[in-house]
Ligand binder design. Structure first.
Ligand SMILES: [Zn+2]
Ligand SMILES: [Zn+2]
Length: 171
């Protein structure tokens, strides 16, 4: 679960490798494993989640290396990010135009496409804040799994739905 289709992951990985080579970035074993992880995930993981996954194959990898590699991919335009840089930024290897479903409880993020949403216009007033690079719609809700868990919890023991940003989702 939570993995991109193989052909999709392979295509993304090839794209990362080509982009890195073009930029003169050395393709070390650690970098390749980090690339592989982000390319094959549909979870929009944060750096710590990527670290935990890569550590299973490369125990010596550090959070610092993961951060630097992910931000390098970002700077090369090979992944995009969700959230503000100072917060728990999550990385997205899907570069096709898409929108997000976000669970307000566990932080699950899923991609979906919509021609209707792609056609939405950004109001002119937004330009007063700064330039507009792109726009996507974030649909928020309680994911099927959280809704299920919640209905099984005894009354009064329900966890709050607010302030559950990010972290690693369903591990
Ligand atoms: Zn959820
Ligand atoms: Zn996405």
């Amino acid at each position: 679960m939570g993995r991109a289709k193989d052909f999709q992951a392979e295509r993304r990985l090839d794209h990362f490798k080509a982009g890195a080579r073009e930029a003169g970035v050395k393709l070390t074993h650690q970098r390749l494993e980090i690339f592989r992880e982000i390319a094959s995930s549909i979870e929009h993981p944060d750096a710590e989640t990527v670290l935990r996954a890569v550590q299973q194959r490369v125990p010596t990898v550090s959070l610092d290396t993961v951060y630097r590699t992910l931000w390098m991919l970002r700077d090369l335009g090979l992944v995009t990010t969700l959230g503000a840089r100072r917060e728990n930024v999550r990385f997205d290897a899907n570069l096709e135009r898409h929108h997000h479903y976000v669970c307000v409880r566990c932080g699950l993020v899923r991609d979906f496409g919509s021609a209707a949403l792609n056609a939405l216009r950004v109001p002119a007033g937004v330009k007063e804040f700064g330039s507009v690079i792109g726009a996507h719609v974030e649909v928020r809700g309680l994911c099927a799994r959280c809704a299920q868990e919640r209905s099984e919890e005894p009354r009064g023991a329900q966890r709050p739905t607010r302030k559950t940003r990010g972290r690693s989702g369903h591990a």
